[in-house]
Design a binder for this molecule. Structure first.
Ligand SMILES: [Zn+2]
Length: 121
């Protein structure tokens, strides 16, 4: 991949990383501060439990994404950025433009999702 393209993706990843660190930091704070008044005002215990679960899920998703962004930045450093981790083919630039932290080409991504669906039933 050309150097200017790599620099472009690095910029995107660094920006995404910054956003996620903020988000993860925030959700970690919410996770600890559940007993505050803003949550109680929402209503009964069920609502509180739901909200807690929702924030927890959100935090987990962000954390996973953050890990993927960090992995992509490492791949940029190693020079393996833009290659599918499964089949080794080049990942389409259109895909990287939307998901600069994509680890797999679209074909492998679909195959993996299919396998996961089969595994979880
Ligand atoms: Zn692949």
């Amino acid at each position: 991949m050309r150097k200017d393209r790599l620099a472009h993706y690095r910029k995107m990843l660094v920006e995404k990383h910054r956003q996620l660190v903020e988000e993860v930091g925030k959700s970690a704070l919410y996770g600890k501060g559940q007993e505050d008044d803003s949550i109680k005002d929402l209503g009964d215990q069920a609502t509180t439990a739901y909200t807690r679960e929702f924030l927890f899920e959100l935090g987990n998703g962000d954390r996973r994404l953050l890990k993927e962004v960090v992995t992509a930045l490492q791949k940029l450093d190693e020079g393996s950025f833009g290659s599918c981790e499964r089949c080794g083919e080049v990942i389409a630039e259109k895909r990287l433009e939307a998901l600069p932290f994509a680890r797999y080409c679209i074909g492998c991504q679909r195959a993996i999702e299919e396998e996961e669906r089969m595994a979880t039933g």
